[in-house]
Design a protein around this ligand. Structure first.
Ligand code: PBG
Length: 335
C-alpha cells in the first residue's frame, strides 16, 4: 500500500518555489502617487511612508521607482480648496495641477504608463464624485463633465484614463468623446466593481475629499456617503452586471476595488471576461497592514507579499498598490 504525500512538494524552498502557482512581479504592479502644488512634500498621517509630492519630488520618486522596475503609475492630484467648486470646472482645465503634472511626467518618462484618474471628488467643494442638485447626485450631467475631463487628460498625454466615479454610462460616453477627437489609442481602465468601502478613509484624508473636512455641515442636504453610486459590499451578482456593461461600452481593463476582501469578485471577473483584470489594494488595506506592523503585531515584509500574492491568486492580472515599491525592494532583496 502507498500513501499520497502532498508534503513531498513542500520539502524545501527550491521545490516549493518550483511548484508555486502565482507570483507578484514588477510588470503587474501599478504604483498610485499623489501630487500637490508647492515645493514641499507632506506625509499622509493615515498612510505612513506615503507622501503628497511636489512635482519636482514626484519626478524624482518616479525615476527611483522605475529603477526598481515599476512600469506604471496612477496619478491623483491634491487640489487646493480655492479650486474646488460645485461644478468642478477645474477637472477639465488644461492647466490644472493634474494636467500639468501629466505633461511633465510624460515629457521626462515617455515610456512610463501614466494612468490618470477620472472622477470629480478632488474638484467638488463637497467631495462627492458627482454634481449635486437638490441633494441628489446627478448622473448624466456628471458624465458630460467626466468626458470633458477624459479629453483634457488625453490631450495632456495620459496613456490610460481611469474612471473611478461609478456613474452609469460613463465608459461609453468617455470612449465616444475620445474617439471623436482621434484619441483612438487612449485606453480606459474602468473601476467596474467599486464597492462602498470603509477602506477609502485614508485616501480621502490624503485628498481632503468627502468626510475629511472640518467645515462639513451635518445639516446640509449633501448626501452623507456614496451609497447612491458605489456598490453595496453585500452583493456579487451586481458586479457581473457592471462587468457586462463596461465591456459593452468599450472598457479595455476592468477593475475590482478594494482587493483583499474582494477576492471572490476578482475570481468572478476572471471567469467571466477575456480582458485584463485589475485590483486596487486601497489606502485602508495599506493602513491596516502598516499599522499592525507598527504596533508589533505582524511582520511587515511577509505580510505585504502575502497580501499581494493572494490578490494574484484570486485572478488579478494587474495590482494597484501603495506597497508596490516595498514589494519590489523585498523581492529584489534591497534594504
Ligand atoms: C474616488 C476615489 C476613491 C479612491 C480613489 N478614487 C475612493 C473614494 O473616495 O470613494 C480610493 C483609493 C484608496 O482608498 O486608496 N474617486
Amino acid at each position: 500500500m502507498f500513501k499520497i504525500r502532498p508534503r513531498r512538494l513542500r520539502k524545501n524552498s527550491s521545490i516549493i518555489s518550483l511548484t508555486q502557482e502565482n507570483w507578484v512581479k514588477a510588470e503587474d504592479l501599478i504604483y498610485p502617487v499623489f501630487v500637490k502644488s508647492g515645493s514641499e512634500n507632506q506625509e499622509i498621517k493615515s498612510m505612513p511612508n506615503i507622501y503628497r509630492f511636489s512635482l519636482d519630488n514626484l519626478l524624482r520618486e518616479i525615476e527611483d521607482s522605475m529603477a526598481l522596475g515599476i512600469k506604471a503609475i496612477a496619478l491623483f492630484p491634491v487640489v487646493e480648496e480655492e479650486f474646488k467648486t460645485l461644478s468642478a470646472e477645474e477637472s477639465y482645465n488644461p492647466n490644472s495641477l493634474n494636467q500639468k503634472t501629466i505633461r511633465a511626467i510624460k515629457k521626462r518618462f515617455p515610456e512610463l504608463i501614466l494612468i490618470s484618474d477620472i472622477a470629480l471628488d478632488p474638484y467638488t467643494s463637497h467631495g462627492h464624485d458627482g454634481l449635486i442638485r437638490d441633494g441628489k447626485i446627478l448622473n448624466d450631467e456628471t458624465v458630460k463633465v467626466l468626458a470633458m475631463m477624459a479629453l483634457a487628460q488625453a490631450e495632456a498625454g495620459a496613456d490610460i484614463v481611469a474612471p473611478s466615479d461609478m456613474m452609469d454610462g460613463r465608459i461609453g460616453a468617455i470612449r465616444q468623446a475620445l474617439d471623436e477627437n482621434n484619441f483612438f489609442d487612449t485606453k480606459i481602465m474602468s473601476y467596474t466593481a467599486k464597492y462602498k468601502s470603509n477602506l477609502y478613509a485614508p485616501f480621502r484624508d490624503a485628498l481632503g475629499s468627502l468626510g475629511s473636512k472640518k467645515s462639513y455641515d451635518e445639516n446640509s442636504d449633501i448626501p452623507k456617503d456614496k451609497s447612491s453610486y458605489q456598490m453595496n459590499y453585500a452583493n456579487s451578482r451586481e458586479a457581473l452586471r457592471e462587468l457586462e456593461l463596461d465591456i459593452a461600452e468599450g472598457a479595455d481593463i476592468v477593475m475590482v476595488k478594494p482587493a483583499g476582501w474582494y477576492g471572490d469578485i476578482i475570481q468572478t471577473f476572471k471567469q467571466n471576461s477575456t480582458i485584463p483584470i485589475a485590483a486596487y489594494q486601497v489606502s485602508g488595506e495599506y493602513a491596516m497592514i502598516y499599522s499592525a506592523y507598527q504596533a508589533g503585531y505582524i511582520d511587515l515584509e511577509p505580510a505585504i507579499i502575502e497580501s499581494l500574492t493572494a490578490i494574484k491568486r484570486a485572478g488579478a492580472d494587474l495590482i494597484l498598490s501603495y506597497f508596490s515599491r516595498h514589494c519590489l525592494r523585498i523581492t529584489q532583496k534591497i534594504k
